[in-house]
Design a protein around this ligand. Structure first.
Ligand code: SF4
Length: 257
């Protein structure tokens, strides 16, 4: 059962409430400490240093689920995947497919907008070692639950990494509804269509650990987003009111190309 602290009504209210969340003292202390000590190249900047809300289009059909803010990325800028290498990979790919109006995300006030896409994460506070504890992700799940309840057009879910895969399955309820052997597995490029029509698409996370080692290449990465765009396009074909949005986004993509 959710506490009153976590019961909010709309996406804007969720975005306003998340930065005040204090459920995980270890993570809050770490975020504040990073914000105080900073990284040399950002020493003149004021870090956000708080939990980071979701970001994107409330009418999105594509949902992207990440792991958690990076210490000197979203924990510095206050916007998901903004100001770090993973974000550079993500927004370039989103722009190529017409989901973002520019290929780079620098700061929370750079004017970037997403179309047909919303970004959320398993945890909203930067964790030490990029690894939130299980109980911290459990505590944070309530925020994604509330977002999912409001993102009524989502039909394609792209999970970035195994932790995001498990957290979305848990949050959406499929983890509990399916027996372990029936749950769709995680693997780069794997996809699964659920009975409610939602498609789950899996990708490795674009962390430096994966991109610097060649585990995730640009080609592999862009192929995932090409597939996501096709899946979203299939939704558009089956839904007249959504078709215009799909057409708009596709013409935006043509202009980019
Ligand atoms: S990780 Fe989530 S639940 Fe924990 S303090 Fe941050 S926002 Fe709150």
């Amino acid at each position: 059962m959710q506490s009153a602290e976590f019961r909010v009504k709309g996406l804007n209210e969720i975005a306003t409430a998340i930065p005040s969340c204090t459920r995980c003292p270890r993570l809050r202390a770490y975020c504040q400490d990073i914000a105080r000590t900073k990284k040399r190249e950002f020493r003149d900047q004021t870090y956000w240093g708080k939990p980071v809300p979701g970001f994107g289009d409330p009418a999105a059909r594509l949902l992207i689920v990440g792991l958690a803010p990076a210490a000197h990325g979203a924990n510095r800028t206050g916007r998901m995947f903004t100001g770090d290498s993973s974000g550079n990979w993500l927004y370039q790919a989103l722009h190529r497919q017409g989901f973002a109006d520019r290929p780079i995300s620098i700061s929370s006030d750079d004017g970037l907008t997403l179309s047909d896409c919303f970004i959320t994460a398993a945890a909203r506070c930067a964790p030490p070692g990029n690894r939130p504890a299980q109980e911290e992700m459990n505590a944070c799940q309530t925020w994604m639950e509330q977002e999912l309840a409001l993102l009524k057009n989502v039909r394609v879910v792209l999970v970035l990494g195994r932790i995001a895969w498990e957290r979305w399955l848990r949050t959406s309820g499929w983890w509990g509804r399916l027996a372990p052997k029936e749950r769709p597995g995680f693997g780069h490029g794997r996809e699964h269509r659920f009975p409610d029509g939602t498609t789950l698409l899996c990708s490795f996370h674009p962390s430096r650990q994966n991109t610097n080692t060649g585990k995730l290449t640009r080609e592999m990465w862009h192929r995932i987003f090409e597939r996501a765009a096709v899946l979203v396009g299939e939704v558009a074909e089956n839904s007249t009111p959504q078709r215009n949005r799909g057409t708009q986004r596709l013409s935006q993509r043509k202009a980019i190309e």
